[in-house]
Design a binder for this molecule. Structure first.
Ligand SMILES: *[C@@H]1O[C@H](CO)[C@@H](O)[C@H](O)[C@H]1NC(C)=O
Ligand SMILES: *[C@@H]1O[C@H](CO)[C@@H](O)[C@H](O)[C@H]1NC(C)=O
Length: 384
């Protein structure tokens, strides 16, 4: 497969011919259904290095080599605005009476149906037509769930919106307004809706990365509505665009919130389905580049509310959307399907499918829906 990618890439580069000393923007013609110009220059930040300019093609090649980065072309100021509020602390979970009944209502049915639909798009690449279509479908599904499961009084507190991006696929935000008049805190639960193949123009069903996280948090949202949970603090569910392009969507949203929205905590769900054969089923708690008190809080939630244990693991710099919130100065955490080493190796390929192996588990995903519900209810029920 590697050599096929190289061949395709070479063919693309070869088709670019200089006219009047300028590169032809070949990608538009070469790949119908995409608006990805491989020669476009982007500003990229890798761990411990000053930002560097590189082309979209060089970004793809860096990703193929396993290098993680922020594409900061449109968000150069992220992290430079001072915080308005003091960081919140995370007391031990104590809303057991509220959380436990909601956990019983979580199901694998919705996530299975939703993920079958979500993976039926050829790719959810953020610069593809089908990536825009999958986003429109996702927003429609969130709206349907809201009217089907939300009481009228709860629906009046909910807003579902698109956060617009220049590349076509928008991030989607569902907000449940809190009832407090004194606490302006916001709790964020996130996943990324986009998918990619290592070579972006090839099919990318993205069942685990991150279709799984996307439908996991959607099921949590459904259960909160079904329980008629009216939060004290506002709760937002975010489905980011363009995580695979260097955390583009989450950086744009974090930049818009920075300095004026009081984000108490952000929890990222990226890959929640895979249980590697022969391993113990567990929740991977990312320990590097996260807020440690919030991660300790997640540990307590897992001990109290889940049927499987946690295990500490690491995923490196800029490895998912929580990193954008950390950069903005907000407490953020990331939980994943297993240790990083035991995670799904089919991602970024046409094989990131539901039916590729019985290691893909909707019951495993359900544990993560429990975690998102517990996170929302425990942090959304209190006020300062
Ligand atoms: C749980 O703890 C929070 C924070 O300390 C507190 O505000 C809240 O009243 C407690 N809730 C219950 C049900 O004890
Ligand atoms: C939610 O609260 C914000 C801020 O108080 C307000 O501007 C907005 O209209 C509210 N939205 C809904 C749907 O109630």
């Amino acid at each position: 497969m590697k050599s096929l990618f190289a061949l395709v890439a070479l063919a693309v580069v070869a088709s670019a011919s200089p006219i009047d000393g300028e590169q032809v923007p070949f990608a538009l013609e070469s790949f119908p259904g995409f608006s990805l110009d491989l020669s476009a220059q982007r500003l990229v930040e890798m761990q411990g290095q000053p930002p560097v300019w590189m082309s979209e093609l060089e970004k793809i090649q860096a990703k193929q080599r396993g290098i993680k980065f922020f594409d900061i072309t449109d968000t150069r100021d992220l992290g430079t605005v001072p915080r308005l509020q003091a960081k919140a602390s995370f007391p031990s979970p104590n809303a057991t009476e509220k959380v436990k009944p909601i956990l019983k209502t979580l199901s694998t049915k919705g996530p299975e149906e939703n993920l079958r639909e979500f993976t039926s798009f050829r790719t959810r690449h953020y610069r593809s037509d089908t990536g825009r279509q999958s986003q429109v479908w996702l927003k429609k599904r969130i709206s349907e769930i809201t009217s089907e499961w939300g009481s009228k009084s709860l629906q009046n507190k909910i807003k579902i919106s698109e956060f617009s991006h220049s590349w076509g696929q928008n991030s989607v935000i569902a907000r449940i307004n809190g009832s407090s008049t004194t606490d302006d805190g916001v709790i964020i639960i996130g996943a990324h809706q986009d998918s990619t193949n290592m070579w972006p123009f090839l099919p990318a069903p993205g069942a685990d990365d991150d279709g799984s996280g996307s439908v996991t948090i959607l099921e949590s949202y459904r259960a909160l509505l079904a329980a008629d949970f009216h939060p004290v603090r506002s709760i937002e569910f975010h489905w980011y665009s363009a995580e695979e392009g260097g955390l583009l969507g989450s950086q744009a949203v974090a930049q818009a919130y920075e300095g004026h929205v009081n984000v108490i905590a952000m929890s990222q769900f990226d890959m929640t389905a895979w249980v590697k054969r022969g391993t113990r089923e567990e929740v991977g708690l990312i320990m590097d580049f996260v807020d440690l008190p919030l991660t300790e809080f997640n540990k307590q939630l897992i001990d109290l509310y889940l049927d499987i244990p946690w295990v500490e693991t690491k995923c490196g710099y800029a490895c998912s959307d929580h990193a954008s919130w950390r950069k903005a100065g907000y407490p953020s955490s990331f939980t994943i399907e297993s240790t990083f080493e035991n995670s799904n190796k089919n991602i970024h390929s046409a094989n990131d499918r539901i039916d590729v192996s019985d290691e893909f588990s909707f019951l495993h995903m359900l544990e993560f829906s429990k975690l998102a519900v517990a996170f929302a209810v425990e942090l959304g029920s209190v006020s300062n």
